[in-house]
Design a binder for this molecule. Sequence first.
Ligand SMILES: NC(=O)c1ccc[n+]([C@@H]2O[C@H](COP(=O)([O-])OP(=O)(O)OC[C@H]3O[C@@H](n4cnc5c(N)ncnc54)[C@H](O)[C@@H]3O)[C@@H](O)[C@H]2O)c1
Length: 335
Amino acid sequence: MNVVITGGAGFLGQRLARKLLQRGTLAGPDGVQQAIEKITLLDVVAATDFDDARIEVITGDIADEALLKQTITQETSSVFHLAAVVSGQAEKDFELGMRVNLDAARLVLEACRTAGNVPRVLFTSSVAVYGGELPATVLDTTALNPQSSYGIQKAIGEMLLADYSRKGFVDGRVARLPTISVRPGRPNQAASSFASGIIREPLNGQAAVCPVAGKTRLWLLSPRQAIDSLVAVQDLPAGALGKSRIVNLPGISVSVDDMVAALKKVGGEQAAEHITWQRDPAIERIVGSWPGAWDITRATALGLRADDSFEAIVRAYVEDDLPGPDRRDAPLQNV
Ligand SMILES: NC(=O)c1ccc[n+]([C@@H]2O[C@H](COP(=O)([O-])OP(=O)(O)OC[C@H]3O[C@@H](n4cnc5c(N)ncnc54)[C@H](O)[C@@H]3O)[C@@H](O)[C@H]2O)c1
């Protein structure tokens, strides 16, 4: 089977590609596991870290209709549509956000429809589709009320995917991702970038700024568990999804103070001294509009699971992503 990952050079896209290469199979249209013969990574940035004959790299703009039609063909059985500009960037650059997060989502679905073989399509959505007056715990039935352009773009993408599925053009599924933490690498323009930065930077002996209050609650998922969940959702039989194509992936609800406590447990008391608390009203407004906890009854019944604790998430970062001591500025305790 041929698989396309848009945003394949991105953080989750590359990890997903590695996972699929290692796994070697995905469910085909009949639900039976099929060998993956090709994984096409489409991204505006070239994915360079792969040395596997099954990987094809296509560099270009996801909003280029002709390129999409060349990339998603009759041979494509499975599409993971991950390409996006992140929340802070979509808020700052309205036109870019609309083009990449909304226009391109429809073009991806159109390319699938015109290819004609009803591929499975997984669309990565976000907690940002919720907002406004929210219950303490968001239910699957809670109304969408996004408070950012990014959230609006994701919500419309979800609806489009549901309609293309209802029409039988694709076998679509939406995974609403919690905020991913701890994300390795450099800070990005996501409003939630600090949710990784306040752990990652101190563990690497570097300064971090926390732009929100300690009591702010976040809904978090580790990169490891996120990738497992994306693959699991794509493998679900359409019948298991019932009348909704959308799955709120399980996360854990953690306050920023809880996160710092876990940092101290893993990295030692001094690790938290790298954090400066400097509130940023723009980030507080966006992050404060996201729900801090979701009901995960449906996702759990579908066999999906969350991380065990935030401390387990920090330890997973240390195992998977923390550079070796020679590349860190400060020694770590308790790792
Ligand atoms: N990481 C999170 O916390 C999180 C949370 C919720 C949802 N998501 C969603 O998951 C998906 C992947 O997120 P990520 O963290 O890997 O983000 P990322 O920014 O690392 O990856 C997105 C990729 O999309 C690519 N891209 C952007 N504009 C493009 C264009 N015009 N044409 C082609 N490619 C383009 C980027 O180059 C990048 O490689 C996104 O859809 C994101 O909205 C992520």
